[in-house]
Design a binder for this molecule. Sequence first.
Ligand code: BDR
Ligand code: CA
Length: 312
Amino acid sequence: RRPVVIDCDPGVDDAIALLLAFASPELDVRGVTTVAGNVGLDRATRNAGHVLDLAGAPTGLPLVAGLAGPADGSPRVPDEPMHGPGGLGGLPVPAAPRGPVPGHAVDWLAERALAEPGVLTLVALGPLSNVAALFDRAPEAAAALREIVVMGGAARAQGNVTPAAEFNFHADPEAAHRVLTSGATVRVVGLDVTRAALFPRAAAERLAALPGAAGVAGALLCGFAARYEERYGVAAVPVHDAVAVAAVTHPGLLGWESGTAAVECAGELTRGALVADLLRPERSRDVDIALRVDADGFTSLLAGRLAGYGGG
Ligand code: BDR
Ligand code: CA
C-alpha cells in the first residue's frame, strides 16, 4: 500500500477524493492537511474533520491545519458558486467534528517526510500554499518526498476561473510556480483530464439512494452536478480532486506527457496560467502532465468505491 498524505481544501470534490482515498486498498493514508481554498482555513479543516468521520478514518489519523492563504497575504478568493454554502453544498456539518492536532501542517509535513525519506507521496488537492512553504522552509524535507501529485492547472484546456487559469493555481500562482519549478518529481492532474472524465448525474442519483456515507457522497455529487449544469448545461460534473487520487491508485487510467511546467505570476489576463512545454525536443522532462484519461474507467472506479460505503 502506497503511503500518502492528502493536502486539501474541502470543497465537494475534495470530500469525494477523501472518501475515494479511504476506500482504496492501494493507499495507506498517513494524514490529512488543510489549506485555505474553496473555503477559509477553519471551515476547510472542519469540513475535512467531518469527511474523515464519514469515511470512518482511524480516530488517531493526524488532521493538521496549514496556511490561511498565500504567503504574501493576498486575499483568498473562495469558490462558493461551485461548492455551495459552507463548501460542502450546504451539507450540515457538526459544530465539532474530529478536530485538528496541534501544530502547523508545514512543520508536520516536514517531520513526516524526513522520518521516511523517499516514501511519502503528497497528494495536493487545493492551492499549493502549504506545499510551496514546505519547499521554502524545509527544502531537505520537500526533497525527501517520493513524489507530489497536484490537482491543478490547464495545459491545453481553458481555465475555470479565467480563460487562462484553473482555480488552485489562480488562488496562489506563486506557490504553484514554486512547486512546479522545484525540480521535484511532480505529476500534474489538471482540467485537461478532469473535464474529460465527467461523473454523470444519473450515477450520482444512484449513489444518493444508498445508505450511509455512500448516500451523502451521492447527495454532494447531485448538488455539485446541478450547479455545474446550471453553468455549463451538461448533466454531469468534473470531480477534479478524485481524479488526482485515482492517478495514484490507478495511474494507467491516465495518459501522461513529460516536459517543463511553470505558472504565470505576472500577466494581467493570464495570472495563474499553467505554461507547459511539451513540444520542444530540447526541453527537460521533470514534470509529468496528464493529458488523456479513460473516462469510463474512472467513473466506474469512483462509483464502485463510493457505493462500497453503502454496502454496495
Ligand atoms: C479545483 O478547484 C477547486 O474548486 C476544486 O476543489 C479543485 O481542487 C478545480 O479547479
Ligand atoms: Ca480542491
